[in-house]
Design a binder for this molecule. Structure first.
Ligand SMILES: Cc1cc2nc3c(=O)[nH]c(=O)nc-3n(C[C@H](O)[C@H](O)[C@H](O)COP(=O)(O)O)c2cc1C
Length: 324
């Protein structure tokens, strides 16, 4: 059996390993990406970035593409309804100096889908091809495409979408093994990832869906044959999952993560957010992360409740102090 932990090459850019952080709007800002990279993620992806917003010069949208200090590979995820919109964003996207572009064909959010972007593109696979071609022509960068298995159970067309994406020059394909209609439950159907890899044995396939523990990650690599995996919800509140996965892949014991380590990480995460957003906004932004960090910890629920009104770093410190 081939070594499950290995580097991955995207054009001129090489990720040193194959354990990635998936794009998550509202979560994978540069602070969280940086944290996950420190904990062993081999590549991260930005939150989804609107090509239309970039082309218009929206400062908020452009800020999403800012590189984290330790982010050697800046992988910007773009979304657009068509090739023309994607093309118009490229000059400004290039100013962020990314190494890789990922293109979103999986977002199920109605606001996005109704414009023809995100998973709506899976109903229009030829346009996916035109977009990949346009992005490659305009930027010369490696382009990866992120899809779902189809729009709904009656229109499973991931093989067709993958084929068109690769024919038009995609350097890799990642797939969330659910249809658009399924949103985030029930379970992801990993057999589709296996089929995808079997159909494109020489292409880079990245698996996503229901990776909640390090054991899940190892199992997906083994069972489906995908080249790489991407942690999404499993990394929220648990950036340690990357280190844990690598330990398992190296035949070591699963590293235990103590409450003290979690508290230290929360405070570090909060300081990072504070340096970008200011203390008050960071304390608010951090609440959703804290809920995830404290899951399963004794007295975690009580502290989570108290933190839901904390507006200073000092208050966070005081509340978290009750856990040790
Ligand atoms: C809060 C949230 C935000 C997400 N945002 C994006 C996004 O911006 N772009 C994207 O391609 N996928 C996005 N996803 C999908 C994830 O990248 C991933 O494919 C999906 O959550 C399945 O993995 P999981 O079941 O292990 O969480 C998002 C998922 C979540 C939970």
């Amino acid at each position: 059996m081939k070594n499950l932990l290995h580097s991955i090459r995207f054009g001129e850019t090489t990720a040193e390993g194959n354990i990635f952080l998936a794009p998550m709007a509202g979560y994978t800002d540069r602070v969280f990406r940086s944290l996950c990279l420190e904990e062993g993620a081999d590549m991260s992806v930005t939150e989804m970035v609107s090509c239309e917003g970039v082309a218009r010069g929206s400062v908020k949208t452009i800020d999403l593409m800012t590189r984290a200090p330790n982010e050697k590979i800046l992988n910007v995820q773009l979304f657009a309804p068509d090739a023309e919109t994607a093309r118009r964003s490229c000059a400004r996207v290039m100013k962020a100096n990314p190494q890789i572009l990922d293109f979103n064909c999986g977002c199920p959010v109605p606001k996005v889908v109704k414009t023809g972007a995100g998973s709506a593109l899976m109903k229009n696979p030829e346009e996916i091809g035109r977009i990949v071609k346009a992005l490659k022509e305009e930027t010369g960068l490696p382009v990866t495409v992120k899809i779902r298995t189809g729009w709904d159970s009656k229109s499973i067309n991931y093989l067709e979408c993958a084929s068109i994406a690769f024919e038009n020059g995609a350097d890799a394909l990642s797939m969330h093994a659910r249809t658009k209609s399924q949103l985030y439950s029930p379970y992801a159907d990993w057999s589709t990832l296996k089929t995808l890899k079997e159909n494109f044995p020489d292409r880079i396939i990245i698996g996503s869906g229901d990776l909640f523990t390090a054991e899940d990650g190892v199992r997906m690599l083994k069972e489906t044959g995908v080249d790489a995996i991407m942690y999404a919800r499993g990394a929220i509140g648990n950036p340690f999952i990357f280190r844990q996965t690598k330990a398992l892949l190296n035949g070591e014991e699963l590293p235990e993560i103590s409450t003290e380590m979690k508290i230290e990480k929360i405070m570090y995460h909060l300081q990072g957010l504070s340096s970008i957003l200011g203390e008050n906004a960071a304390c608010r932004e951090m609440r959703k992360h804290v809920c995830a960090y404290l899951k399963g910890i004794k007295n975690g629920a009580k502290v989570r409740h108290m933190i839901s009104s904390a507006l200073t770093i000092e208050e966070y410190k005081d509340q978290l102090g009750q856990l040790t």
